[in-house]
Write a protein that binds this ligand. Structure first.
Ligand SMILES: [Zn+2]
Length: 219
C-alpha cells in the first residue's frame, strides 16, 4: 500500500465515522501508520471534510511535520506515543460516541457481553477524565496501549487501535454497540455478562480466528 492509498483509506473511514454519528462537528481524530510516518487528521476540520492532501504527515521517530499548510490534530502526541510504544498498531481511531460517553458517566469497566465483542475487541480499558490535548492524556493513554485495543476516555470518548483502519474502525463500532447494550440492559437490572471461560472459549474458536485474519487483510 502506498501513502496515496493510506490517504484514500483515511478519507473513507473518516466519512463512515461521521455518517454513523460517532463524532459530531469537528470532533475526533484518526491516523494510520505507513513506513515510519503517520498520517493524521488536521486540526479544526470535521472528519468527513478532509481531502486526501490535507492529512498531515508526521515522522513517528522525530515528530517532524511535513508542511502542508495545516496543523495536525491537537491530539498529535497521543497518536505519536502510541505508535512508538506498540509496533503492532498501524491505525488509531479516536471518536466521541454518545453511548460510550454516557457509559463513562456512570461506570468504568465495560464487561464482555456477547460473542462479536469477545472476538473482535475483548477487554476494554478505561482512563479517568484528563484534560484533552495535553501531554497528560497522551501519557495516560500510552500506559494502556499494550493492554487493550479499545480504551474508554472518561467524560470524553473512545480510542481504538488496530493493524489497519478497518480493524480499528470496526472495533469502535463494536465498543459503541456494547456500551449501548450495557446501558439498555442496566436500565432494567444488573446485566448478566459473559464469564471469563465463555470469553476465552470464543477467543479460541477457529472460525473466529479466520474472521479476524480476514479483517486484517481486507480493505
Ligand atoms: Zn476527543
Amino acid at each position: 500500500m502506498s501513502s496515496a492509498n493510506i490517504r484514500l483509506e483515511l478519507c473513507k473511514y473518516a466519512e463512515k465515522i461521521v455518517q454513523n454519528r460517532l463524532v459530531v462537528g469537528p470532533g475526533g481524530n484518526i491516523s494510520a501508520r505507513h513506513q515510519g510516518k503517520m498520517y493524521l487528521s488536521p486540526s479544526g476540520f470535521a472528519l468527513a471534510e478532509i481531502t486526501t492532501e490535507e492529512w498531515v504527515e508526521v515522522d513517528i521517530e522525530t515528530g517532524e511535520i511535513t508542511d502542508n499548510g495545516l496543523r495536525p490534530s491537537s491530539e498529535v502526541l497521543m497518536h505519536l506515543y502510541a505508535y512508538r510504544a506498540n509496533p503492532t498498531i498501524d491505525a488509531i481511531v479516536h471518536t466521541h460516541p454518545p453511548n460510550c460517553i454516557a457509559f463513562t458517566l456512570v461506570a468504568t469497566d465495560l464487561p464482555v457481553m456477547f460473542p462479536d465483542q469477545a472476538a473482535l475487541v475483548g477487554k476494554t480499558a478505561y482512563i479517568p477524565y484528563v484534560l484533552p490535548t495535553t501531554d497528560r492524556l497522551a501519557e495516560a493513554f500510552v500506559a494502556k496501549v499494550n493492554e487493550a485495543n479499545s480504551i474508554l476516555l472518561g467524560n470524553h470518548g473512545l480510542v481504538t487501535t488496530g493493524r489497519n483502519l478497518r480493524e480499528a474502525y470496526y472495533r469502535t463500532e463494536v465498543v459503541e454497540e456494547s456500551a449501548k447494550i450495557y446501558l439498555i440492559a442496566s436500565a432494567i437490572r444488573t446485566p448478566k455478562v459473559m464469564t471469563d471461560d465463555e470469553f476465552a472459549e470464543v477467543a479460541s474458536l477457529e472460525s473466529e480466528a479466520y474472521r479476524i485474519e480476514l479483517l486484517q487483510k481486507m480493505k
